[in-house]
Write a protein that binds this ligand. Structure first.
Ligand code: HEM
Length: 401
């Protein structure tokens, strides 16, 4: 592989290791952009939004795709800071803990119940792919029991990610993403309108209540834009994380007994999976002025990709970066969720989902192993990516539902 551009459906980690050995920052001809693979440098680029701006707001068609110009992804400066802060406060580890007991645990059990008495299944399509959309839909106050609409929403959110990967430069991806966005608006708007005057115990009601004063004006457009971004950013990403976690559990079967019944160990395992297989592999920035990073002169207007997937394997920061080590020191200091002003709003939520998904899976089953008669797992995708399918055979644990 010569360029990050060629990474779709290919394992990029050999390429990352080569680049890392040659230095932290490189011009990537195929991407027509800089790739920043070093851990420290990646953090620096993400922290300094004054020098490396987040360019979504100026991408052709972004407002159509992301639910309007007032969503947290497209806002800039003070307005971004205010909305980002409001959302982060809501998705705190404490709030997420409450959600776990209120409904996440039940939503996860329900998907395991649906596997019935079978001991062979694809844990990607029947489990990891569907739980994050159940969770966000339930939080937003959508009808998560409507399987068809939920399946459609997942497809539409993925179409938006496809467009995101093209940085606004692919017309057919844009047409699909725009149609998907309109469909998502049709699902969300009736709920948003209903909650305006008659509030309930859900996130859309909370957005109506807490938004005014954070940025002005605050109305339907602002509520829709945040709801759309949360739905989009919180579904596919977390599915990739959960699939990677299950994949690593299957590749390292010795971890299964070790993690069972130990929430702290399941949490550390989740962090190591986020480091080892970053679900969102890289991001995009644009230099606002000439700037030097690790001795490379980046010119004003150049595109810059902080490559989280590579930074998480930087040997200068992580001893034995290609080894899964659930006892690693500083296990949470990976950049899978970014750092700085664009730190992921849903980090705690996806961590909470991982805890339930892995703990409950191990509580019900043991000796999870690959189903060698079925299609093997492959590392698929590009910017967001994971292993699928996850065809496994498992033994039910005695006395479990
Ligand atoms: C394992 C799962 C997830 C991963 C790996 C992930 C990763 C990321 C990354 C790398 C960014 C930075 C984007 C950028 O630099 O442009 C980000 C931003 C964001 N994430 Fe996540 N995310 C995950 C789950 C979630 C969930 C569950 C939610 C929602 C509940 C969410 C909501 C957001 C939002 C709203 C932003 C935009 C922040 C901003 O622009 O200020 N994410 N995420």
């Amino acid at each position: 592989m010569q360029s990050l551009k060629e990474a779709r459906d290919q394992d990029p980690y050999g390429f990352f290791a080569e680049r890392l050995a040659a230095g932290p920052v490189h011009w990537d001809e195929g991407m027509n952009a800089w790739i920043v693979v070093g851990y420290d440098e990646c953090r620096e680029v993400q922290r300094r939004e004054d020098v490396f701006k987040h360019p979504y707001f100026e991408l052709n068609g972004a407002a159509d795709v992301y639910g309007g110009p007032r969503g947290v992804l497209l806002l800039q400066g003070e307005q971004h800071h205010a909305v980002h802060g409001m959302l982060l406060k809501h998705f705190s580890p404490r709030t997420v803990n409450g959600y776990r007991t209120e409904f996440i645990a039940d939503l996860v059990s329900r998907r395991l119940d649906a596997l019935g008495e079978r001991t062979r299944f694809d844990l990607a399509t029947e489990y990891a792919n569907i739980i994050p959309s159940d969770v966000i839909a339930a939080m937003l106050g959508l009808d998560w029991r409507d399987e068809q609409t939920m399946a459609d929403c997942r497809t539409w959110n993925i179409a938006m990610f496809r467009w995101t990967e093209t940085f606004g430069e692919d017309d057919s991806a844009f047409a699909e993403a725009k149609a998907a966005a309109e469909n998502l608006n049709r699902v969300l708007l009736p709920v948003i309108r209903a909650r305006k005057d008659s509030q309930a115990d859900d996130l859309i009601s909370l957005l109506w209540r807490q938004g005014p004063g954070v940025i002005e004006p605050w109305g339907e457009a602002e509520v829709l834009a945040q709801a759309r971004v949360l739905f989009f950013a919180g579904t596919d990403t977390t599915s990739h994380f959960l699939k990677n976690a299950i994949y690593v559990l299957l590749e390292h079967p010795e971890l299964q007994d070790r993690l069972r019944g130990d929430e702290r160990a399941v949490a550390d395992f989740g962090e190591e999976v986020l480091r080892y297989l970053a679900p969102v592999q890289f991001r995009v920035r644009v230099a606002t002025r000439d700037v030097e990073v690790a001795g490379q002169l980046i010119r004003e207007g150049d595109r810059v990709h902080p490559v989280n997937g590579a930074a998480n394997r930087d040997p200068k920061h992580y001893p034995n970066p290609d080894v899964v080590d659930v006892e690693r020191r500083g296990i949470k200091d990976h950049v899978a969720f970014n750092v700085g002003p664009r730190y992921c709003v849903g980090a705690a939520l996806s961590r909470g989902e991982e805890l339930e998904v892995i703990a409950q899976l191990l509580d019900r089953y043991e000796n999870l192993r690959w189903d060698t008669d079925a299609e093997p797992a492959r590392y698929r995708g590009y910017m967001p990516r994971s292993f699928s399918p996850l065809n496994v055979v498992a033994d039910r644990r005695a006395g479990r539902p």
